[in-house]
Design a protein around this ligand. Sequence first.
Ligand SMILES: NC(=O)c1ccc[n+]([C@@H]2O[C@H](COP(=O)([O-])OP(=O)(O)OC[C@H]3O[C@@H](n4cnc5c(N)ncnc54)[C@H](O)[C@@H]3O)[C@@H](O)[C@H]2O)c1
Length: 403
Amino acid sequence: MANTINVAMVGQGFMGRSHSNAWGQVNRFFTPPINAVMHTVCGQEFEDPQSFAARWGWQNGSTDWENVVKSADVGLVDVVTPNYMHAPVAKAALAAGKPCACEKPIAGTLAEAREMAELAKKTGLDSFVWFNYRRAPAVALAHQLVRDGFIGEVRHVRASYLQDWADESVPFAWRFKKELAGSGAHGDLNAHIIDMTRFVSGLEVTEVTGAIAETFVKKRRIVDQDSGGGIQLTDEQMRYAKAGQGEAQFGEVTVDDTVLFLVRYNNGAVGSYEAARQATGNQNANGFEINGTKGTLKFNFEKMNTLTYYDATRPRAIQGWTEIMCTHGGDHPYVANYWPDAHIIGYEHCFTSMAYDILLKLAGQTPTVPIPDFEDAYQTQRVLEAALVCAERKAAVNMDEVR
Ligand SMILES: NC(=O)c1ccc[n+]([C@@H]2O[C@H](COP(=O)([O-])OP(=O)(O)OC[C@H]3O[C@@H](n4cnc5c(N)ncnc54)[C@H](O)[C@@H]3O)[C@@H](O)[C@H]2O)c1
């Protein structure tokens, strides 16, 4: 087997930067069986992919992703575009015989997600979805503790992913348009916590009920420059904005600002999910609390190096919450590859660790922490879809209905 693989990445926005960092760092912090080579980044004309390539260490920049993913030089395609482009790019990559890594949610629609999963299965190629929070050492530890019986039988899963960046001053972008994003906070944030809680608890949702979807800001101003936070206007939006010649133009928001729902799981446990972009004061509060018969685990990404554990098997007199700093090399996954113990890591390390696990899997080895493939991410997408159907129908949805 060759000991290098040429990566082509499609998209050069927020995730384009975080993945570039990961592909650039992975061979330094880890010793993967196959080294990643940053071969080509693809962006849109106005973004100047050549300059991006030079800044972030790609050998080439291109505006022609269709030819790049087919190129014989490329060994792995990494998709970091808006959601509506995940399926076309990933399917083109798989059809060209290339393993494919794709950002979350796997797709804008359930039908696209299913097609991607079916094609990955048919081609037998490796596929990966960047549910990066699985690779926070605290989350990986929670997964292991549940498997090792530390909290007993799971009864409750309480998950929320709360942000507060999307008040009415934030301009229109692809994230606010259903055709481009699929959904709003739901696909963006609930996708993460559905994956994370499936991963940690090992449970599967059997029924979704009580879903509410709401859009508070129904129109947003269209501008001809980037809004902060990596939100990137599409070509179409740029043209629309420029046509306004300074006059305020507004785009209609066709996705949710928040979605909440309740679930039942296959072991009889129950759960709740909430995604919000206007939960003032919560900047990236991505977390869960999982209560079992013997204990509880809590995680909040705003304090990502810590896992909170309650051990209900201890004598009652000394029971209490334990804050575990997940920063010990050897005891906590990935940590030994970064800094000495307790020199904490951040958001970007989850991506670098995922790049390492992708390279392990491509070499036929077992990833440090399980990676969701397209089939696994399709199961997360089914739960997303069930919640939207439930909100629309105002009645419970059995997961068997959602395929
Ligand atoms: N895992 C995470 O923590 C996380 C965080 C943010 C976003 N995401 C996901 O990553 C994906 C990208 O989000 P983002 O925030 O980076 O968006 P972004 O708007 O910042 O970047 C999107 C990029 O795709 C490019 N693109 C769009 N159409 C293209 C085309 N036809 N050809 C080539 N390039 C094209 C844009 O030009 C831009 O470079 C989304 O699926 C999003 O849900 C994941």
